[in-house]
Structures are given as structure tokens and as C-alpha cells.
Design a protein around this ligand. Structure first.
Ligand code: 5GP
Ligand code: ZN
Length: 139
């Protein structure tokens, strides 16, 4: 897609530090390096994000994650890894070509943190919401 920075990286029009490539996907180091080794995995085919992704693209893209994650851990000596995917602006997406962040973790305070708000469980509301979502999944 024209004017898509990641399509330009796929086409080799913009340089990147590649860590893995095959016919379907590309993985390269994120320029921001939130932690050492911060990597992005993308489908070569332009798709906006997971909310727009077909199953075949998801299968090829997400299937590559464990192999790349293990290699990244081995190469960096990280203790663990956050695997993050932002969809739409509200969720922090700034580049609108689907990508998965692999963020190696070394220690708390290493540059990345994740905070979840937690609430007391309301089991009736949970049941109703699950039913509503499962109806949509079945569509
Ligand atoms: P998002 O915020 O959309 O989830 O993540 C986009 C990521 O792409 C950011 O972490 C940003 O650092 C990275 N990024 C943006 N432009 C480039 C680029 O030209 N090259 C590389 N390697 N990463 C980029
Ligand atoms: Zn693109």
C-alpha cells in the first residue's frame, strides 16, 4: 500500500534490521528499542490490524511467533518477553500495517511495563457479556 512505512520496509525501499523473513512474514528490529531486541513481526501483505485480518494471514503470521520469540530470547539472554499487539489509535496503534511487538524483558524498570486495572468479579455481568460475545463469534 502506498505511503505505508511497513510496506516500504517489505519492499526494501526503507532499510530495516531484519531478523527473520520468508514469503509471508518479515520480522525486524523496532527503531524505538523499548528494551534491547524489541522486534516487530508483520505479515508482508498489507492489512490494517488484527480487527481487519483474515484467518489465513493470522495463521501464517502468529504461527511464526514462538520460533522468533525463542530465538530472540536466546540471542539477548532475556528472562521473558511481552508480546503486544495494538489495534487502532485508542489502543496505541501508530503504524496502520498490522504488527506484533516482541519486547524482551530483563528486569522490572527495563523500559516496559504493563498495568491492568482489576475489578471485583460480577459473575452475572460476566455471564451475560460472555453470552453476547459468543453470539457474535458464531455469526
Ligand atoms: P504501534 O505504536 O503502531 O503499535 O507500533 C509502531 C512501532 O513501529 C513503534 O514502536 C515504532 O518505533 C516503530 N516504527 C515506526 N517507524 C519505523 C521504521 O521506520 N522502522 C522501524 N524499524 N520501526 C519503526
Ligand atoms: Zn502496509
Amino acid at each position: 500500500m502506498e505511503n505505508c512505512i511497513f510496506c516500504k520496509i517489505v519492499a526494501g525501499e526503507i532499510p530495516s534490521s531484519k531478523v527473520y523473513e520468508d514469503d509471508e512474514v518479515l520480522a525486524f528490529l523496532d527503531i524505538s528499542q523499548t528494551t534491547k531486541g524489541h522486534t516487530l513481526l508483520i505479515p508482508k501483505k498489507h492489512v490494517r490490524n488484527v480487527l481487519d485480518m483474515d484467518q489465513a494471514t493470522a495463521e501464517t503470521t502468529f504461527a511464526r511467533l514462538p520460533k522468533i520469540a525463542r530465538a530472540l530470547q536466546k540471542a539477548t539472554g532475556a528472562q521473558g518477553m511481552n508480546i503486544v499487539n495494538n489495534n487502532e489509535e485508542i489502543a496505541g496503534q501508530t503504524v496502520f500495517h498490522a504488527h506484533i511487538h516482541l519486547i524482551p524483558r530483563y528486569e522490572s524498570g527495563d523500559g516496559f511495563s504493563i498495568n491492568y486495572t482489576t475489578h471485583e468479579p460480577d459473575f452475572e455481568a460476566l455471564g451475560q457479556l460472555a453470552e453476547q460475545i459468543s453470539k457474535e463469534v458464531a455469526q
